[in-house]
Design a protein around this ligand. Structure first.
Ligand code: ADP
Ligand code: ZN
Ligand code: ZN
Length: 739
């Protein structure tokens, strides 16, 4: 046999998952050298390109011989990168979201690893004397090398420790190394010591929650359902300490805007060990380092946003999902996974407890808790000194409003400022005004790329009326100075966004600090921290959107004024009431976090609306009970399982044609007794965006297996439809937004 023939030690071929939109694995002959194990990355030829993929199976050559197979070019990992539980869980996820495994793997891996760069070596390095060094120590000349050698005489020291101990240690180490007196060594992972600062003694409810979580053997899902400020984070910290003490790793998922410097500082101070972070604001290199630290068991505690759910945890002990109701856990494009749901799946495969925490649990999680699938841990009271805020509804019918603010509300703001307090005016709409209207003829500025003949999408007014911006597609243009329809000069911004409220408050309270916080004023995470730091502790007014609804602690905030929520009361989206209730409770929870009591003013034209009435009288749980009743009656989640086929094209006929063909396939596959209801094709709630028509087909079923069986049978045929080539289409399993 020719000696340059590819090695076929493992008897055959590598089945490789590649980041391409094809629902299959690809077979290659092993590259020269040792055969890569399952979980290793390989570089392979693919058409005219080279791709990096992950070996997910090894198999016998197909009958017909390996003559046709191409050979992989190189093995990229000496040991498996994605293996064991993580690989198995990702394979499950690929089946669940009906996406190619290669694309799921590409989503799960940080960029540098996806592109084939080596796993960064993050093991801590240290220095150690050689036997010659030990012997020669006494006869060395005075100086830095001798000082260093002296420090190493009692054993190896890590580089961080050396830096703290000895200035200029590195050249000294090089000197010792050149003379054969010391060598650099890789140190073992630091022991998971829990020597952090102690926290407050847990109260009885906290202790019960801690005991339940730390007492769990194997997988156990918990819903930690506690009002804002009830000490949920304290419970996490105790559970993490117990996890570390058992020598295990803990993963904490937080919402996009929940990962604040305050939270990290609190974790680091309490746990007394490095806390690793993982989020989209990090560089690719830093993400890969955190990934490697988890993989190498260096990282014992990781706090991260949505994509941290893909981190490897070879020694898993605990998974926490904080603010589990938060919308940012759902990925809205590409691989449309839900990090909370996948965290539960991983917890189950890893055999560890999963704690979902929230003051306003999602109706899905509440329903699971009530059905006994999750253990329901309740914290009813705020911890420490803080008392619950008092809520007052301000009826603004027939009241003169200034940028949507009533005289009563402005009066309360003034009193609060005079008393030295801080005020948050919450308005979940950024920009100057939501609409620019011609008072003479009724024309209003609409986005040409996002409007249809039947339905205009207004452009938001920005920059005090000078600029228009579409919040859906990003289009911008200067505001016209005269009406394009009638030529009149009566163009007026209608309604008020945060910019206009800021302007009005500045006029009304000259000399007071007014700081606006929204996506327009604050581009990055750090920008938010900085603006809040500028705001400080003294009296002043914050104007903001839901960026301020959670995350940063504002201990001196004593009044929260909520304005402009009425449109949310009448949305067609079945999840709108849940989202609004969560937002209201979360915003209200921002006030009175410390010793001073907090107050909340809720301004509305609908003081008798049932949602508000239930929420104010019975709190979130009364609302949730009522809403779950409505969902059950209407056959909506969590009492039904949904999947959404979305189609986009320049021409409406192409969207409809594709979805009608898809529907025909689904009906045929469903057979005589369909377990799945089909709704559509219907225009999407946002029927046109950025020049594309948008329609959708909703699948709904009382049972998840039936839904997935139908999708599994129909999707290969739907992908092959000739109509599919004329549209951009996607499948969203468990859609959160039916946008
Ligand atoms: P949550 O995560 O539910 O919003 P935190 O854990 O952040 O609540 O606690 C809110 C505040 O109460 C923090 O300042 C925390 O230090 C304090 N706290 C928590 N538990 C206790 C306790 N048992 N005794 C005193 N203070 C507590
Ligand atoms: Zn006009
Ligand atoms: Zn637009």
């Amino acid at each position: 046999m020719a000696s340059d023939a590819p090695s076929t030690d493992a008897g055959g071929v590598l089945r490789v998952a590649l980041p391409v939109p094809l629902h299959r694995l690809f077979d290659y002959l092993p590259p020269p050298g040792p055969v890569p194990d399952v979980g290793c990355r390989v570089r392979v030829p693919f058409g005219r390109r080279e791709l990096v993929g992950v070996v997910v199976e090894q198999g016998a050559p197909e009958p017909g011989g390996p003559g046709e197979l191409k050979q992989a070019m190189a093995a990229l990992d000496p040991a498996p990168l994605v293996s064991g539980e993580l690989l198995a869980s990702l394979r499950w996820l690929a089946r669940y979201v009906h996406a190619p495994l290669g694309e799921v793997l590409a989503t799960a891996l940080p960029g540098t690893l996806r592109h084939g760069e080596p796993l960064p070596d993050v093991r801590p390095r240290g220095w150690q004397l050689t036997p010659a060094g030990l012997e020669g120590l006494a006869s060395m000349r005075e100086g830095r090398p001798k000082a260093l050698a002296g420090a190493l005489a009692s054993g190896p020291l890590d580089e961080d420790g050396l830096a703290a101990r000895l200035d200029g240690w590195r050249p000294a180490a090089r000197t010792l190394e050149q003379r054969g007196l010391a060598v650099q060594v890789i140190l073992d992972a630091p022991a998971a010591a829990t020597t952090g600062a102690p926290g407050p003694a847990p109260n009885a409810e906290q202790q019960a929650a801690i005991d339940a979580i730390t007492g769990a053997a194997g997988f156990a899902p918990f819903l930690l359902d506690g009002v804002t400020g009830s000490g949920k984070t304290e419970v996490y910290l105790h559970a993490i300490e117990a996890c570390l003490a058992r020598g295990r790793q803990a993963l904490v998922l937080v919402p996009e805007i929940g990962l604040t410097p305050q939270l990290l500082a609190r974790f680091r101070a309490r746990l007394g060990i490095p806390v690793h972070v993982f989020h989209s604001g990090l560089s690719d290199g830093d993400r890969a380092r955190t990934w490697a630290a988890c993989h190498d068991r260096q990282a014992r505690v990781v706090v991260g946003t949505r994509s941290a759910v893909f981190l490897p945890l070879p020694e898993p002990g605990l998974v926490v999902v904080d603010e589990e109701h938060d919308g940012s856990f759902k990925q809205l494009d590409g691989i449309r996974y839900h990090a909370r749901d996948f965290a539960l799946y991983r917890g189950k495969s890893m055999g560890v407890p999963v704690v979902l925490g929230s003051a306003t649990p999602s109706l899905e999680s509440l329903n699971n808790a009530q059905a006994g699938r999750y253990r329901h841990l309740r914290l009813h009271r705020r911890a420490g000194e803080a008392r619950p805020p008092s809520v007052r509804v301000v009826d603004v019918r027939k009241r003169p409003l200034q940028a949507g603010l009533s005289p009563e509300l402005l009066g309360e703001v003034e009193r609060e400022l005079d008393a030295g307090g801080q005020v948050l005016v919450f308005r979940n709409r950024r920009g100057y005004a939501p609409v620019l209207l011609c008072h003479d003829c009724g024309w209003s500025a609409a986005c040409v790329r996002c409007s249809t003949e039947e339905r205009g999408t207004p452009m938001t007014v920005h920059a005090a009326g000078r600029r228009l911006q579409c919040h859906h597609c990003g289009a911008r243009r200067p505001a016209p100075s005269a009406c394009p329809d009638c030529g009149g000069l009566g163009l007026q911004p209608q309604g008020a966004g945060t910019e206009r409220i800021e302007e009005v408050l500045q006029e009304r309270f000259p000399g007071r600090r007014v700081v606006r916080i929204d996506r327009g004023s604050t581009r990055q995470r750090d920008g938010l921290a900085q603006r809040l730091a500028e705001f400080g502790d003294g009296p002043g007014i914050l104007v903001g959107t839901q960026m301020l609804a959670k995350g940063h602690d504002l201990p001196n905030l004593t009044l929260v004024a909520v304005v402009g929520i009425d449109e949310g009361l009448f949305s067609a989206d079945f999840r709108a009431p849940e989202k609004l209730a969560q937002l209201l409770i979360q915003v209200a929870g921002r006030s009175g976090r410390a010793a001073r009591p907090g107050r909340v003013l809720l301004q509305t034209h609908h003081p008798d609306h049932p949602l508000l009435a239930t929420l104010l009288q019975g709190g979130y749980h009364a609302f949730a009970a009522q809403e779950l009743g409505l969902r059950e009656a209407a056959g909506f989640p969590p009492f039904a399982y949904l999947a959404l086929l979305r189609a986009e094209a320049r021409q409406l006929a192409d969207c409809d044609g594709f979805l009608r063909a898809a529907r025909a396939v689904l009906e045929e596959e469903a057979g005589e007794e369909p377990a799945v209801d089909l709704h559509g094709p219907l225009p999407a709630p946002m029927p046109r965006r950025a020049g594309y028509q948008r329609t959708q087909l909703l699948l709904s079923s009382p049972a998840r297996p039936g839904l997935h069986a139908l999708l599994g049978a129909a999707l290969p045929r739907i992908r092959a439809l000739p109509e599919a080539r004329r549209v951009r289409w996607s499948l969203d399993v468990d859609p959160v937004d039916l946008y």
